[in-house]
Write a protein that binds this ligand. Structure first.
Ligand code: 3HC
Length: 313
């Protein structure tokens, strides 16, 4: 089939909302765009285990510990689905991990903030996983088959994550005055960093135009951010908590909230590696990668032995 046909086939598949599969022809920049986004998404899941992981040993009850353990383990699994989806585009796991461990690859800015109290674990589940769901439900309709299917599986588990966070915030907000104050303090610190998760404003998003053209993204950063604010304000009201934004006001004409923009200078600084926890996160990730060397070696040796045995049979 001549080159012009493969491009037409690719465009026709996009136009019909058909999936692009690993074996299909695809423009090199489409492949690169996906490798960038999916590998960073995978890194985010793995790094996302750290802020909450340090509260597993300090959970206030056995039930809370079990629930948090399950959530953190889920995030590890999400990372594996996404690394596998990225590998189907021709990049190796080692290449992706090396980009992360050497600080070359990005991961979600949100995970560079500290979890200072148990209420932060609630705020992360409620807000961060809530924002992730908003984004990932949209990505279920991504044009790349393996990415879309990974999203379907991940979204099912994310809803449990958001529920467990909101349950913690509910427990605290209807608890003692000190507990409610702890919940409000967490909301104050996590609100704007969560809005940054959706990416820079559309006007400053270099990747969105292609992402929308190739139906990798189906909505823009600002559209998802707006939908997240609209949905979350009522949840905060139920808790009796105050969203820390004086610019937040209902706009009847647009049937949505007007709200203040996050501090984009802070955002740029965090993704440059200068956030509160960037260094600590990479040190921790590098340590666990090094500590896990023997597991990888043992698994590789076992796999090699199995392969030799099956070839010899
Ligand atoms: N943190 C770090 N980097 C970010 C970012 C963020 N919150 N938002 C944007 N960026 C980076 C982009 O990666 C891009 O840099 P690059 O070209 O070097 O990769 C640059 O800022 C410009 O942003 P764009 O909007 O042009 O880039 P995208 O079109 O890729 O949009 C995105 C950014 C919305 C994050 C998109 O990549 C996306 O939807 N990714 C998949 C979802 C994802 O990664 N979510 C992260 C959280 S996962 C999570 O929360 C797990 C949950 O279980 C807790």
């Amino acid at each position: 089939m001549g080159r012009v046909n493969v491009e037409e086939v690719f465009e026709a598949k996009l136009a019909k909302n058909d999936f692009i599969e690993p074996k299909d022809w695809m423009p090199e920049n489409y492949r690169k765009h996906l490798i960038r986004q999916i590998s960073q998404h995978a890194h985010s899941e793995i790094l996302g285990m750290l802020p909450e992981g340090n509260w597993i040993s300090r959970a206030p009850s056995l039930r809370a510990k079990l629930v948090l353990l399950a959530k953190v383990q889920d995030e590890g699994g999400h990372g594996l689905y996404l690394y596998t989806a990225a590998e189907s585009l021709g990049i190796s796991r080692d290449e992706m991990l090396n980009a992360l461990l050497t600080g070359k690859a990005k991961y979600s800015s949100i995970f560079n903030y500290p979890t200072l109290s148990w209420a932060d674990v609630g705020a992360v589940g409620w807000l961060v996983d809530g924002a992730a769901i908003m984004n990932q439900v949209m990505l279920q309709r991504s044009s790349y088959g393996p990415y879309s299917r990974a999203m379907v599986r991940i979204c099912k588990e994310e809803s449990f994550h958001q529920r467990q966070g909101y349950e913690i915030m509910t427990h605290l907000s209807f608890g003692t005055p000190e507990q409610k104050a702890m919940a409000q303090d967490a909301l104050n610190r996590w609100w704007f960093p969560t809005l940054m998760m959706f990416g820079p404003p559309d006007r400053e998003s270099p990747n969105s135009e292609n992402a929308l053209k190739w139906r990798i993204k189906r909505e823009t950063n600002d559209q998802l951010r707006q939908r997240f604010v609209n949905q979350t304000v009522i949840q905060a009201e139920y808790l009796g908590l105050t969203i820390p934004d004086k610019g937040l006001v209902w706009n009847e004409a647009k049937k949505a909230y007007d709200f203040s923009e996050p501090d984009w200078a802070e955002f740029k600084n965090v993704i440059k590696g200068n956030g509160p926890c960037n260094k600590e996160r990479l040190v921790s990730r590098n340590k666990s990668h090094k500590d896990g060397e023997w597991v990888r070696a043992a698994a590789a040796a076992y796999g090699k032995k199995q392969m030799e045995a099956s070839l010899a049979a």
